[in-house]
Design a binder for this molecule. Structure first.
Ligand code: PEP
Length: 248
């Protein structure tokens, strides 16, 4: 069964880093098992630099966000889904907790999902509860709200494009903490059941939050995750490729 390994570089990187990543990827790609499908979302500036190399290696290229506006216009600082498609981007991450914290609302996120899908981009929709919400027993309500709302704009006819759902507990992102196995299993099963009620049975379900080459096997062995979304450990190609190699 396919395992998806997506990396999100956030606002890290440089020309030197991109070069190093490409060289390393060219050497290592052949050692990655064929059931492991990889993708990288660098800062937008490096998308054109990486495009050719990643395409040749069969590694998907992603964007960390996109504009909600479907048409071009006077939207300073924004990049449209159509422009990303033009740059041969394969997928876009939408609703990351860092963007939600910066003020992105559920409505905006739903609009972005719709716009990206209409531009024939694959979408990774990120959802997850904060620590306070977890402690207050609100996890399932938060996930229900974020998933239902996030996908409400996505009633677009899917042809080649696909939606991925990434469960990323906010308290696990960049903290070195991951949920207990039973809790993670239960939450992913909850997301899966909700997706089924929304007629999204075929949505691959990802886990994100402090995934490393050391814990990846554990995550896949004990849960039904179809893949992972990786922040910090995707930056150094040594870690990212080791993580992919360690995929059962
Ligand atoms: C993320 O930002 O989506 C993420 C999962 O980060 P990290 O792997 O560093 O926890």
């Amino acid at each position: 069964m396919i395992k998806w390994i997506f990396g999100n570089w956030k606002m890290f990187g440089s020309n030197r880093h991109v070069q190093h990543f490409s060289h390393f990827a060219a050497k290592e790609r052949a050692h990655i098992p064929s059931h492991v499908h990889m993708g990288i979302a660098p800062p937008a500036l490096y998308i054109p630099t990486l495009q050719n190399d990643l395409q040749q290696l069969g590694i998907l290229l992603g964007s960390q966000n996109c504009s909600a506006h479907p048409e071009e216009g006077s939207f300073t600082g924004q990049i449209s889904a159509q422009m990303l498609k033009d740059a041969q981007v394969d997928f876009v991450i939408i609703g990351h907790s860092e963007c939600r914290t910066a003020g992105e609302t559920e409505n905006l996120i739903a609009q972005k999902v719709k716009t990206a899908l209409e531009a024939q981009l694959n979408v990774i929709l990120c959802v997850g509860e904060t620590l306070d919400q977890l402690i207050a027993g609100q996890r399932d309500d938060i996930l229900t709200h974020q998933i239902t709302k996030g996908l409400s704009g996505g009633k677009v006819h899917l042809k080649d494009q696909q939606i991925f759902l990434a469960y990323e507990p906010v308290w696990a992102i960049g903290t070195g903490r991951i949920p207990e196995v039973d809790a993670l299993k239960e939450t992913l099963a909850f997301c899966r059941a909700l997706l089924n009620t929304l007629n999204r049975n075929d949505t691959p379900l990802l886990y994100g939050g402090s995934v490393t080459p050391d814990n990846i096997r554990h995550i896949f062995e004990y849960t039904h995750a179809d893949g992972v979304l990786v922040g910090k450990a995707s930056l150094q190609p040594e870690d990212f490729f080791q993580l992919a190699r360690n995929c059962p």
